[in-house]
Design a protein around this ligand. Structure first.
Ligand code: C2E
Ligand code: CA
Ligand code: CA
Length: 412
């Protein structure tokens, strides 16, 4: 029941899609989120997730502090735990209503799901904009989605602005370590792009990659930027003594672009980076649609020495034929089957079959979205080679990745 409610996350539709290309996209400023929860650990988690999707978070465990912060700078989002120590969330809802607050409010509660639904109804009757309800314990991924959806309704983005962001060097890569399932030693990293917007803060790729994909010139420029930056990271990693391959993500347009393999090779040559240091991750959805061109591009990437992974395996419609027809060497089991492996029999079965299939086809396997030890242990029993997920590490900027790697080297 709790699980069900946490999934029944309602986010008010604010016309994000329609507004994305609109002229008002540039008007935004700092997007503050104010979080009130009596559990400091949850304050920290909510802040982290809110920051991930672009908010500048402030959190507090004290009602009095909340009121002060609220009046100091009215936030664009309020995240409210209904179950507070010395007061209850309903009082806070009344406070917000009295203040005439119209921006999104997300309610969180570990109480009976019916309490949550009733509170949400009450909030709406108080003319508040209840943008989402989340039952505890909620999974980080779900919470993040609620925050991201709330953010998207507040700050639409424009394609023109994104096109300008690439040469202006506003994009950044973070690197998430991937480790051997048995020894837990680092084996590679995945590069994930972020947009460090000067006024909107950090924007997650889920918000701007779909926008970039609407324009071939934009996604081409973005992917070329990613190739160059990932190659630069590979050079820095090597200089620090870590010869770890760096995986990059590419879009459907890139794998149909007949010039992409030569361009990627040109970039790597000019930077004196061996193509074997980079790996390309392609989702099966991206890999299909134009099988002749895609095969042409992917085969030539392989011939040039770049390894290929099939990403988000199991989420598209043609996973099996993609595997049979395209020259992949690694299969990445999608996080939707990994993160609830210990509680969902279906996910357990799918993850296990994917691991078996990869082994029988002679492919390496990476499980992404590994969030706890129990999951890591089961995956290791399935024979999965490598693990990636918050259990091991969050994605990190290069300098912090280097510290993390050094720490892993340290004895004990
Ligand atoms: P993806 O390729 O499936 O990347 C994995 C996503 O899972 C990342 O989200 C990562 O931060 C997140 N993640 C890692 N460990 C865990 C975990 O334990 N639990 C959960 N719940 N999530 C975890 P991120 O960085 O927000 O990227 C989202 C998607 O954006 C990526 O999904 C990829 O499809 C796309 N993307 C990221 N960078 C690029 C890029 O440079 N180019 C293109 N075309 N797409 C990119
Ligand atoms: Ca990926
Ligand atoms: Ca994935």
């Amino acid at each position: 029941m709790v699980e069900q409610v946490s999934k029944r996350v309602a986010v008010s539709s604010g016309g994000a899609e329609a507004g994305r290309q609109g002229p008002k996209a540039e008007k935004g400023g700092v997007v503050r989120a104010l979080i009130l929860d009596d559990d400091p650990a949850l304050c920290q988690l909510f802040s982290r997730l809110a920051a991930d999707v672009g908010f500048i978070p402030r959190s507090t465990t004290s009602r009095a502090q909340f009121d002060l912060e609220f009046h100091d700078a009215v936030p664009e989002l309020v995240v409210l735990d209904l179950h507070l120590g010395d007061t209850d969330g309903i009082e806070v809802l009344r406070f917000l209503s009295a203040a005439g607050y119209v921006k999104p409010v997300i309610l969180v509660s570990g109480a009976d799901p019916r309490v949550l639904m009733a509170s949400s109804r009450l909030g709406k009757e108080l003319h508040l904009n209840i943008a989402g309800v989340v039952a505890k314990p909620a999974r980080a991924a779900e919470l993040r989605d609620v925050f991201a959806a709330a953010y998207a309704t507040i700050q639409p983005l424009s394609l023109d602005r994104l096109l300008a962001a690439i040469p202006a060097d506003e994009l950044e890569l973070e690197f998430q370590p991937i480790v051997d399932a048995k020894s837990r030693k680092p084996v590679s990293v995945e590069a994930l792009v972020r947009w460090a917007h000067p006024t909107l803060g950090r924007i997650a790729p889920d918000r701007f990659i779909p926008l970039a994909e609407r324009d071939p010139a934009c996604i081409t420029a973005l992917t070329d930027w990613v190739v160059r930056s990932a190659a630069r990271a590979a050079v820095e990693l090597a200089a620090a003594g870590y010869l770890l391959p760096v995986a990059i993500n590419v879009s459907a347009h890139n794998v149909r672009d007949l010039e992409f393999p030569e361009r990627m090779q040109g970039i790597l040559r000019s930077m004196k980076v061996d193509p074997g240091r980079l790996m390309v991750e392609v989702t099966e959805t991206a890999a299909f649609g134009d099988p002749i061109r895609t095969t042409d591009v992917l085969v030539r990437l392989r011939l040039k020495g770049v390894d290929l992974a099939i990403d988000d395996f199991g989420t598209g419609y043609s996973s099996l034929s993609a595997l049979k027809q395209l020259p992949f060497s690694v299969l990445k089991i999608d996080k939707s089957f990994v993160s609830d492996l210990t509680t969902s029999r279906d996910s357990y079965a799918i993850a296990k079959s994917a691991a078996d299939l990869a082994r029988n086809m002679g492919l390496g396997t990476i499980a992404e979205g590994v969030e706890n030890e129990e999951t890591a242990r089961i995956l290791s029993e399935f024979g999965v080679d490598h693990l990636q997920g918050y259990l091991i590490s969050y994605p990190l900027p290069l300098a912090r990745l280097l510290l993390w790697l050094r720490n892993e080297d340290a004895p004990g």
